[in-house]
Design a protein around this ligand. Sequence first.
Ligand SMILES: NC(=O)C1=CN([C@@H]2O[C@H](COP(=O)(O)OP(=O)(O)OC[C@H]3O[C@@H](n4cnc5c(N)ncnc54)[C@H](OP(=O)(O)O)[C@@H]3O)[C@@H](O)[C@H]2O)C=CC1
Ligand SMILES: Cc1cn([C@H]2C[C@H](O)[C@@H](COP(=O)(O)OP(=O)(O)O[C@H]3O[C@@H](C)C(=O)[C@@H](O)[C@H]3O)O2)c(=O)[nH]c1=O
Ligand SMILES: [Mg+2]
Length: 293
Amino acid sequence: MRLLVTGREGQVVTALKEIGPAAGHEIVALGRPDLDLADAASVAAAVERVRPDAVISAAAYTAVDKAETEPDVALAVNATGPGALAAAAARLGIPVVHLSTDYVFDGTKPTPYVETDPVGPRSVYGSTKLEGERAVLAAQPRSAVLRTAWVYAPFGANFVRTMLRLSETMDVVRVVADQRGTPTSAHDIAAAVVAVAGNLVARADDAALAGVFHMTGAGEATWADFAEAVFAGAARRGGKAPRVERITTAEFPRPAPRPANSRLDCGKLARTHGVTLPDWRVSLDAVLDRLLA
Ligand SMILES: NC(=O)C1=CN([C@@H]2O[C@H](COP(=O)(O)OP(=O)(O)OC[C@H]3O[C@@H](n4cnc5c(N)ncnc54)[C@H](OP(=O)(O)O)[C@@H]3O)[C@@H](O)[C@H]2O)C=CC1
Ligand SMILES: Cc1cn([C@H]2C[C@H](O)[C@@H](COP(=O)(O)OP(=O)(O)O[C@H]3O[C@@H](C)C(=O)[C@@H](O)[C@H]3O)O2)c(=O)[nH]c1=O
Ligand SMILES: [Mg+2]
């Protein structure tokens, strides 16, 4: 397949550029200024120029706290732009795989979220991503919206690299222990996105392949558990392992609220697309190997 991916340096787009060609796929990654999600005309022109087999909507305004003071930019990038992307895909008759987030939920459910649970975003980032889901599915119903969470990679801005950076100078790192979710590797996402796109292209008449799906690593953790696993992995490779001080969300105030429960039930994706992501601890090990080898 020839896949047009939005963004150039993001975690998921970079992982797609790494794994796509080896699997026989051409990855055309386009970002600003050639494809600017805040400029709908540039988005449509890019899709028409590349004429891909499917579009992967991986770019987003992901700075969760900064979005609180830039709601207009976040809405343009996370919703209006993806809507224009999906409209252009619909005109060419090609499917869209669009990435979304656990932050569409309020986090009050005591058990993992399923796709039919009511949404209730508590942040500008979450509400603009929800608008993006709706814009994509309205413009091109033959789309798969994949909600993932807690994404990390050997590159880019993510929690694993933040923790390793803090470990250089700190003996104790304070990390919230009352938000629960599942870390998800960008490379696992990339492989899953290719599989889902392949299904949508190969079985264009199968409406069950479209819609909203949850897609995270397997297992669960708090951010404090995640930090401890990063430090334990660093220690096994001869690096520094600060102590994690487990704190509450109230003890770590930030502009945007985060959901207390970010766990996503991924059964629908497994049943419909045959896609299951590995346990988060296994994938973390592979990323630490690359970062600390
Ligand atoms: N990071 C996470 O923890 C999570 C992410 N997601 C979702 O997964 C997807 C991938 O996230 P991730 O790879 O981590 O994202 P990153 O934050 O690593 O990268 C964001 C990407 O978006 C691009 N971008 C930002 N603004 C624009 C714009 N105006 N026009 C075109 N491109 C733009 C950036 O471009 P450039 O390369 O030029 O800077 C970059 O490639 C996103 O949809 C995100 O909402 C969901 C759950 C968790
Ligand atoms: C750096 C740091 C963070 N934290 C907490 C804050 C927060 O609750 C949690 C994670 O911090 P982050 O800044 O990585 O969180 P955040 O940017 O909110 O991560 C989110 O990004 C968006 C794009 C998503 O879609 C989500 O799935 C999620 O991955 O850890 C600590 O407790 N101690 C620390 O030293
Ligand atoms: Mg962040």
